[in-house]
Design a binder for this molecule. Sequence first.
Ligand SMILES: *[C@@H]1O[C@H](CO)[C@@H](O)[C@H](O)[C@H]1NC(C)=O
Ligand SMILES: *[C@@H]1O[C@H](CO)[C@@H](O)[C@H](O)[C@H]1NC(C)=O
Ligand SMILES: *[C@@H]1O[C@H](CO)[C@@H](O)[C@H](O)[C@H]1NC(C)=O
Ligand SMILES: *[C@@H]1O[C@H](CO)[C@@H](O)[C@H](O)[C@H]1NC(C)=O
Ligand SMILES: *[C@@H]1O[C@H](CO)[C@@H](O)[C@H](O)[C@H]1NC(C)=O
Ligand SMILES: *[C@@H]1O[C@H](CO)[C@@H](O)[C@H](O)[C@H]1NC(C)=O
Ligand SMILES: *[C@@H]1O[C@H](CO)[C@@H](O)[C@H](O)[C@H]1NC(C)=O
Ligand SMILES: *[C@@H]1O[C@H](CO)[C@@H](O)[C@H](O)[C@H]1NC(C)=O
Ligand SMILES: *[C@@H]1O[C@H](CO)[C@@H](O)[C@H](O)[C@H]1NC(C)=O
Length: 897
Amino acid sequence: MALVLFMIVTLMLQLQMKGCVGCLKTERMGLLQLKSYLKNGFKVEEEGMMKSWSHDDPSSDCCHWERVKCSDATGGHLVYLSLIGLTPANYELESQSLNLSLLHSFPRLQSLDLSFNKFSDLFDPINGTLNSNFFVTFNHVKSIQGAVLPSSLHVLDLAENQLSSSPKEICALMNLRELNLRSNALTNLPYCLANLSRLRTLDLSGNQMNGDLSSFVSGLPSALEYLSLFDNDFNGSFCFSSLANHTRLTVFMLSSKVGMIQAQAETSWFPPFQLKMLKLKNFNLGSTIPSFLAHQHDLRLIHITYSQLKVPFPGWLVQNNTRLESIILNNNLLTELRLPRLVHGLQYLDISSNRIYDSIPEDIGIVFPHLKFMNFSSNHNRGTIPSSMGEMKRLELLDMSSNRLYGQLPETFLRGCYSLVFLKLSNNQLQGKVFPRHANLTRLNSLILNGNRFDGSLGKGLLNSKTLELLDISDNSFSGPLPYWIGKMSNLSFLYMRGNKLKGQVPHQLQNLPLLVLDMSNNSFSGSIPRNLNVIYLSELRLHSNEFMGSVPSYLFKSEVLQVLDLRHNSLSGVILNTTIGKTSDLVALLLGNNSFQTHIPEKICQLSNVSLLDLSHNKFKGAIPSCLVKMSFGAQTNHYLFTPYYFGLGFEFVLSWSYKSAFDLVDTEAELGIQSSPETTVNFFSKSRYETYQGGILRDMYGLDLSSNQLSGEIPAEVWDLKNIRSLNFSSNRLTGSIPDSISKLENLESLDLSNNKLHGNIPPQLADLNNLGYFNVSYNNLSGEIPFKAHLMTFDEKSYRGNPHLCGRPTNKSCNLEGATETSASKRATEEEEEGDGVIDMVWFYWTCGAVYITTSLALFAFLCIDSRWSREWFYRVDVLVHHLQRFKDGFICN
Ligand SMILES: *[C@@H]1O[C@H](CO)[C@@H](O)[C@H](O)[C@H]1NC(C)=O
Ligand SMILES: *[C@@H]1O[C@H](CO)[C@@H](O)[C@H](O)[C@H]1NC(C)=O
Ligand SMILES: *[C@@H]1O[C@H](CO)[C@@H](O)[C@H](O)[C@H]1NC(C)=O
Ligand SMILES: *[C@@H]1O[C@H](CO)[C@@H](O)[C@H](O)[C@H]1NC(C)=O
Ligand SMILES: *[C@@H]1O[C@H](CO)[C@@H](O)[C@H](O)[C@H]1NC(C)=O
Ligand SMILES: *[C@@H]1O[C@H](CO)[C@@H](O)[C@H](O)[C@H]1NC(C)=O
Ligand SMILES: *[C@@H]1O[C@H](CO)[C@@H](O)[C@H](O)[C@H]1NC(C)=O
Ligand SMILES: *[C@@H]1O[C@H](CO)[C@@H](O)[C@H](O)[C@H]1NC(C)=O
Ligand SMILES: *[C@@H]1O[C@H](CO)[C@@H](O)[C@H](O)[C@H]1NC(C)=O
């Protein structure tokens, strides 16, 4: 009865709803139920989330609620529902599940967006239990009747979740046109998708799938236009002819992120499709270009990277495809740059990291006059820059770094390429003036010329590039003084000049620049350290290895943003700090070694509470080591934002890829550029008896104190042994007295300990042997005595670590400790020997384990360094992704129809 009544009511409502009257009551109820489920069970961010979904106003039309659309064509039914990005973007958040039963209220739904959530589980307690193991428990299929998801669905977006298998139910959605499962955790190839005969767009990128690719692809519905299998875990082979039945294919993307996909030899076949975009990566193509490409003439984007292509640059492919916009063939083995024999409209050319040793064809600028982006770096290419490149009037980004280019920059180039925003020519053998007056690079933002042979003083032609933000002329042969007009480059924020022959005083006009990084190291600058730099933004000041004299100006310590102050290897003297220090000093690396300081180490230095790398070595500091050093950070605080490169927009953007029309955001983001980062911060620090270079995450985790080669006296303050994060301690070559305390074992992370050339006495505490990370250890030339605790980790150090201590004995020195204890009976002696041998064996095992541990730690550290702690950036990009996605989806508004 109730059901009949309900149906009548619904019918009436539906009739009433001709036009754009309002939503159905059941659907309204359904939405409210969904909201309360999400609000309770789910840690949904409340603010701004589904605000308009409200109980309070019964007259409000749910078709006008956010995230929802209705359609008159379906009698006012809800046709679109978006639950995108419900969970806070919090990176750590655990996975979520979603009760699909709540979607039963929307029987005519055509488009459902569940992307950017952390769903690992979609379940439907009413029409069967589904979980992420669904594919594995294949047998459950029978127990589920009817579709769990509305069978009316055309578009289903499950991107950026944590589904480990695509629910079987998807394969029952016979109306599905578009399916997005990008960035989930799928491991098996979803063969059942073969049944979705209407499927047009399928994105399975960013999963962990592996399996028989060819049979999977050939089985997919022939209506397919867009197929992405990018970034999966494939390691088998693939045969391009398995695409032979996909007559409508326009976009095909395939790559492996763990191994190499092998191209399978194929019998001849004729592609029935004309691709617009092809993207392959980590695909061993057997050093040839897939033969079907000879039949393609409508390509817009070709991207084949890390695929061992060992052919000349395929000029014919560019020639065949007259509408080609982008060709990206970096990291292959291309042998030669063979250009097409006609003028072509190509805009984006990346052939970096290949083996094109021959010089660049003279006519490149005539063949590709429309290029906007050209990356030709790392080809070991000999030759000069062709003067025809001056024809590339639209060129915005040019990277030809790491080749063997020689000669001067052609005048045509400096005049003609006036659209250049980014120019990188580092690590070549180029020479001449930077820039002569005729240079007209008026839009230049970043100019990176380090590692060449440019010489003379900076030329006034550079002043035409008024918008320059980053200038790197390090490691060239520039000479003479720094011109005062540099102060007119009012955007210059990153200035790197290290390793030249520049000299003279620093012009005071430098104070006009909004500098973030100033690196003048390894030159012959003299005079005093600039007294008036603009320190509002300055985060790195590097003046080491020059001829600066006088004292360190105190304003530098008042800065709140300065992180690295490197003044090593100058002739500085005076009192370091005779001023009050800014409470919020951010200084992390204070490097004053190899100067002429002669005072006590001032207690005030301890107020620089964020310092974690302190180098005062090779001066004449005298008196005691202040015990307050323990107030400095040395790892007590960790700041994940430290030393992250600065990103800055270049003021242009490439959206070159032909983008496929779809409900999903399927733009190829790899072709979008226009952001550059500053070079990464590196710091050299003396540890393990040599200068080591630290950068990225490793730098953030490096804590060291170097007071070596001074005239310090007294005992090492006990507090020093409380610096439990410290990795490198160097007190060598001073006049320190006292003994090494047992509490040294607290310094678990210590990697380098140098106490040599002092006046320390007493025993070496056996606890030292527990410091498993120690890679360098030196106590030579002291007055230490007693038996060396030669066990565990200390067995890795030889006699050199101990020499010059006449009263030390035992291994590894060849001095026996048993001289006075000679009264023992021979039997007990033998027993001890046996015991010792036993110890020895265990210790060797220990030793191997430790070596292993150290090796693994080092590898992990290296790995960490390669990943450059991207957690925060990932979080950031995730948020940006969600936002972009949001905007794209909601831009059409919420009107009926
Ligand atoms: C899922 O939703 C259905 C329909 O609203 C409800 O009956 C069921 O109790 C829910 N189950 C869970 C576990 O939330
Ligand atoms: C649930 O299953 C029943 C049959 O058991 C079917 O009639 C009903 O349509 C299914 N519900 C949905 C939303 O598919
Ligand atoms: C396709 O559907 C048919 C019947 O609906 C079923 O028997 C078959 O197993 C399905 N194919 C795949 C690959 O799941
Ligand atoms: C591919 O990976 C699987 C599992 O990871 C492994 O069993 C198989 O041997 C690999 N195949 C090749 C060709 O490397
Ligand atoms: C293409 O379709 C034909 C006819 O349905 C079939 O015989 C052939 O095996 C299919 N080819 C591939 C590569 O799937
Ligand atoms: C493309 O170029 C190749 C090699 O020059 C040629 O064999 C082929 O016929 C061309 N294809 C088209 C469609 O022009
Ligand atoms: C040019 O290519 C190299 C190597 O493939 C890459 O490291 C570099 O970032 C690229 N340059 C630009 C400006 O994108
Ligand atoms: C210099 O560049 C501008 C564009 O930035 C251009 O309009 C002008 O013609 C160029 N001047 C010369 C002399 O080439
Ligand atoms: C700090 O030193 C500078 C120069 O070294 C000197 O002019 C100034 O008076 C000193 N300030 C104090 C408070 O001693």
